[in-house]
Design a protein around this ligand. Structure first.
Ligand SMILES: Nc1ncnc2c1ncn2[C@@H]1O[C@H](COP(=O)(O)OP(=O)(O)OP(=O)(O)O)[C@@H](O)[C@H]1O
Ligand SMILES: [Mg+2]
Length: 357
């Protein structure tokens, strides 16, 4: 549904060049919720602004719903008719809602319909229908200042849906909201995704957002996508930073001559018999350092961190046994364990600078 290839964006200002996007190949399938996560300055907003051609890429192509947007002329306010038309099929939701304070809620939702030249009655019908969809039918005549943050974002979402988009882009839509309101907005996005078959590309710096609603995710660093895939694929990728952050399991090794192993299992597969079989087969004592079950991307996932006596070299065979049982096995070295514990507890690597948690 959305494909970018070799997408590059270089900003030039006062003789300085900043490469915000450095060859991004993104592929968002129809009907999925796709999250892009990364630190401040990683290029997330640049990516989303290039996807709807608010920003013209320096090079590379953007295809949305089969239309190569980069081939259409114009940019920003001076977009050609074709580009404007294609863009009206892409809804956009912003962090700070961007509502017009002098207009009522209904008039804010009608704005894009006015621009599309739709008649007054039809506009009004559509706006009320959309407000109903986002649960705000009783606020049509209110002004933005009379709404809570969550309600404002619902208006922003209703407005984004006015042109019957197939794709919704969201840049930090929940960053200005408290956790509970965040959950309700994410649920709304999920419902719209399912009811309308809407493809959603959302940008966030919060791992919880990815965990709650995304089918797929990508991690951006310095203008590049360094990891991507469906949540299931990521969880099945040994050493995946996204997977470890999505589903952290903590627990420190009890000594140097120990091997720490993280096991990941999906839904039905229980690890317990495997652990006791391992213990019996190789006559070793196994300590469980940490374990958790969670729902990630709508699927039940379990993780367990265990400790085997002896160094890695002495545990090659038992580790092979675990892999043979179909479990995903990640062997952590000591530094790695410390790094992951840090990710799990304070999530310092993925937290946006300057944003109070
Ligand atoms: N209009 C611009 N002119 C010059 N440089 C820019 C412009 N917009 C962004 N940049 C630079 O491009 C890089 C990527 O910025 P971008 O806004 O895409 O990051 P981001 O991942 O969205 O960050 P944040 O999480 O803080 O929103 C940064 O170094 C930024 O300073
Ligand atoms: Mg941004």
């Amino acid at each position: 549904m959305i494909t970018t290839s070799g997408l590059t964006k270089v900003y030039r200002s006062r003789g300085r060049e900043v490469t915000a996007l450095d060859g991004v190949d993104l592929h968002v399938r129809e009907g999925e919720v796709y999250g892009v996560i990364g630190q401040s300055g990683a290029g997330k907003s640049s990516l989303i602004r290039c996807v709807n051609l608010l920003e013209r890429p320096t090079s590379g192509t953007v295809t949305v719903d089969g239309v190569d947007l980069t081939a259409l002329a114009g940019r920003g306010q001076r977009a050609s008719k074709e580009l404007r038309q294609a863009r009206s099929r892409i809804g956009m939701v912003f962090q700070h809602f961007n509502l017009l304070s002098s207009r009522t809620v209904q008039d804010n939702v009608e704005l894009p319909l006015e621009i599309l030249g739709i008649s007054g009655r039809e506009r009004s019908r559509k706006a009320l229908e959309l407000l109903d969809l986002v649960g705000l039918s009783d606020k049509a005549r209110s002004y933005p200042a009379q709404l809570s943050g969550g309600q404002k974002q619902r208006v922003g979402i209703a407005r984004a849906l006015a042109g019957d988009p197939k794709v919704l882009l969201s840049d930090e839509a929940t960053s200005a909201l408290d956790p509970e309101t965040t959950r309700s907005i994410l649920q709304l996005l999920r419902d719209l995704n399912q009811q309308l078959g809407l493809t959603v590309l959302l940008i966030t710096h919060e791992m919880d957002v990815v965990k709650t609603v995304c089918d797929s995710a990508a991690l951006m660093e310095r203008g590049q996508i360094v990891e991507s895939g469906t949540v299931g694929e990521l969880l099945a990728t040994p050493g995946s930073e996204l997977a470890a952050a999505l589903f952290p399991v903590s627990g420190e090794a009890s000594g140097d001559d120990r091997t720490v192993v993280d096991l990941t299992f999906h839904g039905e597969t229980a690890t317990e018999p495997v652990i006791s079989q391992l213990s019996r087969t190789y006559n070793i004592d196994i300590s469980i350092l940490g374990a958790a079950m969670d729902t990630v991307g709508g699927r039940q996932v379990g993780r367990m961190r265990i400790e085997l006596p002896g160094r890695f070299e002495e545990n090659v065979v038992p580790i092979g046994f675990l892999r043979e049982q179909g479990l995903q096995v990640d062997v952590a070295d000591v530094a790695d364990v410390a790094g992951r514990a840090e990710l799990a507890s304070g999530e310092p690597r993925l937290v946006k600078e300057g944003v109070a948690k």
